[in-house]
Each structure stands twice: as structure tokens, then as C-alpha cells.
Design a protein. Structure first.
Length: 452
């Protein structure tokens, strides 16, 4: 890991000059240049080569610290109700020894091994630049930037969401990575979700020139966009007729909307209209109207045998149906799952098992990769780069419980009897990306793959 530490140290030792914008030092962000700075318009070869052969990772970017920007006083997504270990909202913690202390936020807490617990804010452009550097150095193609529709109605949160997108844009351009936007409708207001997406996408393209970035991913000559959450049960708004009209307008560039290659983040039961999918028959044609479908698999199984059953009963018949419908297919893979702390803070009666879907030293993730590629997948979505809330994080995390707040237990890299480097899951994801890029069949065993 010395090469990584040296690289990161040099990145954070000085101000970052990226895409013509000088970023001042400190924990705060760059005050959001989105829509102000004009970027080069020549698309990079990686961004213009389409979805095929790429492994893309979801990027939440929702972590924040008091004082990071715009007078924020909250620990965004790290804690609820203050910086107390009892109120921690994540099940894994970042390996912050790889980052400059001056760029981190001190929680005021001590870890089990006696050190100060420091965390980061994605409002800081230098932190996000490091994240994109890690993607580059591990051969991961780029980031699918989550844009939560429910946050866009609040002016303060809207500004924070914009700053994260701006930071990813700068980081992607500086590191030769790609990015694209994912509108996540979870928890958005039903009466405004469709109009918000329409207005925001039009603004981002025509006023903020987001797709002019040479790093914005294009497929068949059109920018890539994803809608995630329509058709799910639970707090996911959108009625069939209005969703169908939105999809049609986005795909064909109608009613003032710039045309895109449209990915649908759909329920795992999109084909059968049961389980996590709404049952109204209208959803069957809506799911099949996307250019690409990406069924959500996170939490649908918890071990290798479950992954094999999911392959048999979902992935293989799903891919056959997608081919029949003329729709491309992008499977989702994840390293593990754990949301113990979210659930214990969500309600007094809620509870969830820590380390619910064990990582098994990377073998759980690799089993999904080999299953997906063996079934013929040419694009894979990795969930997620920075999702510590639900334990699907791929970025470097703490190795032992010594790095957790005093008295607390979290999921660590040694959890399942492993002795792994901090960046192990980036290494595994990067290895999967190399197999995809080269069109090779992956080695069945993780140990064999990582030796090659």
C-alpha cells in the first residue's frame, strides 16, 4: 500500500487545480461551481466508448461534517442526534490513515485503540478527487453519481448535492474516469417527483452543461442517465402513466428533454411482478421500455449458495427475457450487507444483524462477478463505492475493531477471519473490471484471479 499512501499524500499536500478551478484548502467544499465553470467539450475515448466492457460503481457522496460548507452543523449520514457512538449510522468506517489529517473532521471521539476518530466530508473536493484517484489506480472505470430527487426540493440540500456532483466531475476529469447521473426516487414526494426530474435534467444539460464534460459517459452517442426506484414497493413514488411518459421523453428527446441512453434501476422481481415489485401489469411494459435494465440484487441473498440460486432463478431468466424484449442488462454485485446501526437508530423496535451478509474475504463478491460474467454480462454495476450505511462499501475501510469508537463494534476487514489490505475490495473490483475490459472469462476462484 505504500504506493497508494504516497500518491494520496501528494494529492492532498497542496490545492487542487482541476478543470480550470482553483480549490482553496480546508474542510469546506469549492462552493459549487456547477453551471458556472465551462469545461472542455471533447469527449474522452473512455467516456465515448459506451457501457460495454465497463465496471461502474455507485457513488453516494452523502457524507458530511459540521462546518464543511454553507454553515452545516450536522454529521450527515455518519451520526444521528449528535456525535455519540450510540447514534452512529454506519456499519463500516473508512480507513482514514490513507488521507491527510488536515482534510478530515474530528468527531471528538476516541477509537478502541486510543486514537482520535476522524471522518470525511464529500463536500471537500480534495477528498472526492482521492476517491476518483483510487478508482483510476485500481482500474475501475468510473462512478454512477446518486442524485436523490427528494433532496432537490430543499435549497440547502440541493446545493450540497450539486457540490458533490461538481466534485465528482472535477475528480473524474483529473483522473481520466467516467461518471453519469442516477436519479434515485426513494422517499421523493409523489406529486413532484416527475416534474423535478424533468426540470433538473434539463437544467443540468442546458444550463450547467454537465454532459459537456469530456468524462460524462456516452453510449451510442448519447449521454447515459439512470432512473432508480420506479416500480418498487415501499416509499418509491411514480404512477405508471407518468413514468412511462418520462421514459419515452428521455429516450427520444421529446418535450424539451435532451435524449439519453436510459438505464432503469428496477426491482429484482421486475420480470415476475411480485416480491419487491409492484404488481400492476402496466409495470411489465414500463420495465421493458428502458434501453438497459439493472435489477437491484443487494440484500436479496446473503452467501455464495444464495448468489447461485439468484443466478438460476433471476439472472439467467432475466437475461433471456431482456434479450427477447430487446433490452440490455446490467447486473448489480455487492461485497456484503449490514445495516445494524441504521436500524437500531431508526426506531426503538427495529433491529438488524451486524454483518448480515458476510463478505467472506471477497469471495462473496467474486462469486457474483463470475456468475454475472459467466451468464454473458458485459457491463457490471458495483454497489457501492462509499455506502457504509448498509455495509456495501468498496472503498478502503478499517481492518480491525480498534478503529471503531470506544465500546462499539463494526464490520471490519478481519471480520471473517481474513488478513486483508485496506483497499482489498477495490483490488477485487478492479480485477473484475479488467476481465470485463478484456472480454476474458474470469477465474472461478478469487485466489487464482488475484494471482494473475
Amino acid at each position: 500500500m505504500k504506493w497508494c499512501i504516497n500518491r494520496i499524500g501528494s494529492l492532498l499536500a497542496a490545492c487542487v487545480l482541476s478543470a480550470g478551478v482553483l480549490v482553496a484548502p480546508g474542510c469546506a467544499g469549492n462552493e459549487g461551481s456547477l453551471g458556472i465553470t465551462r469545461f472542455a467539450t471533447e469527449t474522452s475515448p473512455l467516456a465515448s466508448s459506451g457501457l460495454a466492457g465497463k465496471l461502474l460503481v455507485g457513488y453516494q457522496g452523502w457524507f458530511g461534517c459540521p462546518g464543511d460548507a454553507d454553515g452545516n452543523k450536522l454529521w450527515q449520514h455518519w451520526f444521528t442526534r449528535g456525535n455519540d457512538p450510540r447514534f452512529m449510522m454506519v456499519d463500516l468506517l473508512p480507513a482514514t490513515q490513507l488521507l491527510s489529517t488536515s482534510e478530515l473532521c474530528d468527531t471528538g471521539l476516541q477509537t478502541n485503540d486510543g486514537n482520535a476518530l476522524r471522518l470525511y466530508s464529500a463536500q471537500n473536493p480534495r477528498i472526492v478527487a482521492v476517491h476518483l484517484t483510487w478508482m483510476r489506480d485500481h482500474g475501475i472505470d468510473g462512478a454512477a453519481v446518486q442524485r436523490f430527487v427528494g433532496s432537490l426540493a430543499d435549497p440547502v440540500m440541493h446545493k450540497r448535492v450539486n457540490r458533490v456532483l461538481d466534485n465528482v466531475r472535477h475528480g473524474a476529469e483529473a483522473n481520466g474516469r467516467v461518471f453519469y447521473i442516477v436519479y434515485d426516487v426513494s422517499g421523493a414526494r409523489p406529486e413532484s417527483v416527475i416534474s423535478t426530474i424533468r426540470q433538473d435534467w434539463k437544467h443540468l444539460v442546458e444550463d450547467s452543461h454537465i454532459t459537456d464534460s469530456p468524462s460524462y459517459l456516452r453510449d451510442h452517442g448519447k449521454p447515459v442517465l439512470q432512473l432508480w426506484g420506479f416500480g418498487f414497493t415501499g416509499p418509491h413514488p411514480g404512477e405508471p402513466a407518468e413514468v412511462a411518459a418520462l421514459i419515452d421523453d428521455l429516450r427520444h428527446g421529446r418535450n424539451g428533454l435532451p435524449a439519453v441512453t436510459l438505464i432503469g434501476g428496477v426491482p429484482s422481481s421486475w420480470r415476475t411482478l411480485d416480491g419487491d415489485s409492484r404488481t400492476d401489469p402496466q409495470w411489465a411494459s414500463i420495465y421493458r421500455s428502458y434501453d438497459v435494465i439493472s435489477p437491484w440484487s443487494v440484500g436479496r441473498f446473503r452467501d455464495a449458495s444464495g448468489a447461485d440460486l439468484f443466478l438460476k432463478h433471476s439472472v439467467l431468466p432475466d437475461m433471456a427475457e431482456a434479450r427477447r424484449a430487446g433490452v440490455r442488462y446490467m447486473p448489480v454485485v455487492f461485497p456484503g450487507f449490514s445495516w445494524h446501526n441504521i436500524m437500531r437508530n431508526r426506531a426503538k423496535s427495529a433491529s438488524a444483524e451486524l454483518n448480515y451478509a458476510p463478505r467472506d474475504c471477497g469471495k462473496f463478491l467474486w462469486r457474483q462477478v463470475t456468475n454475472a460474467m459467466g451468464a454473458g454480462a458485459t457491463t457490471i454495476y458495483g454497489a457501492m463505492f462509499d455506502e457504509m450505511d448498509e455495509g456495501t462499501v468498496l472503498m478502503p475501510t478499517i481492518r480491525t475493531n480498534g478503529g471503531a469508537p470506544q465500546g462499539e463494534t463494526v464490520v471490519t476487514l478481519t471480520q471473517d477471519g481474513c488478513n486483508l489490505p485496506d483497499d482489498w475490495y477495490l483490488q477485487v473490483t478492479g480485477k473484475a473490471a479488467s476481465y470485463l475490459r478484456e472480454g476474458r472469462k474470469p477465474a472461478a476462484r478469487l485466489e487464482d484471479a488475484m494471482r494473475k
